[in-house]
Design a protein. Structure first.
Length: 258
């Protein structure tokens, strides 16, 4: 049985982590297959948005495979951590929006994977947490870095150092997720957002993501200048000409010919 299931329809790639008997826990093999699937979706010119979810109705990703981790040497842990970093960097730096459809447990590496996604939608029974300190560890896939940037230092320290869990309503309140829906509505909501995205200019979406990402590591002044240059450059593109022409002609733009 494959660890990753891929489906492409209507310019949307849905990638499902398929290890439900282990609550979709991550080991080195699953990380490698997921990284490959993400890269393939990014490289596919027909794909305009990516949805990442977990198989079953209990778990998005329940974390790393603790049994496997318990036997790791320092060198093996470093390899596992680097593999996780490679995967999450690929998600975060994707030129196409990645939407996490979080169906249940998102603990440890599960929370960290969701943090790398651009948009997070959770079911009302979803549970988040960075419980690594309970194992004598710390988050190793970017949790200490991305969580603070998303929800602020105080809440991030509470989640990481406290090792506790939070439910979906609290995740929504602190800005960890964009929306909370029932399990039956999860994929509909994720596809609704993805459909809005793929209806827009793909080059404009890519450039917007680049400006947002680049601005995080720049001063406001430098970020504004970077945005201005990108904005002006788009005026020389066929995509911009089609979008503005369609608006004037009162018709939907035809950004995608596939």
């Amino acid at each position: 049985m494959p660890f990753i299931i891929k489906n492409i329809a209507d310019n949307i790639a849905t990638i499902t982590i398929n290890r439900p008997e282990a609550l979709n826990a991550m080991n080195l093999e699953v990380v490698g297959e997921l990284h490959q699937a993400v890269n393939e979706a990014i490289a596919n010119p027909t794909v305009g948005a990516i949805i990442l979810t977990g198989a079953g109705d209990k778990s998005f990703v329940a974390g790393a495979d603790i049994k496997a981790m318990s036997q790791m040497t320092k060198a093996e842990a470093l390899k596992f951590g680097r593999a996780g970093h490679g995967l999450l960097n690929a998600i975060e730096n994707a030129p196409k929006p990645v939407i996490a459809a979080i169906n249940g447990f998102a603990l440890g590496g599960g929370t960290e994977i969701s943090l790398a996604c651009h948009i997070r939608i959770a079911t009302d029974n979803a549970i988040f947490g960075q419980p690594e300190v309970k194992l004598g560890l710390i988050p190793g896939w970017g949790g200490t870095q991305r969580l603070i940037r998303l929800i602020g230092k105080g809440k991030a320290v509470e989640m990481i150092a406290g090792g506790g869990i939070i439910k979906a309503d609290e995740a929504l309140r602190i800005g960890l997720v964009n929306a909370v829906v029932s399990p039956a509505e999860l994929m509909t909501k994720a596809r609704e957002i993805a459909t809005r995205i793929v209806g827009n200019g793909p080059q404009a979406v890519r450039i917007a993501l680049d400006c947002i990402r680049s601005g995080q590591d720049r001063s406001l002044t430098d970020g504004l200048e970077y945005e201005l240059e990108a904005f002006a450059n788009l005026f020389e593109t066929a995509e911009m000409q089609e979008g503005t022409r369609a608006f004037v002609e009162k018709r939907p733009p035809e950004f995608r010919k596939d």
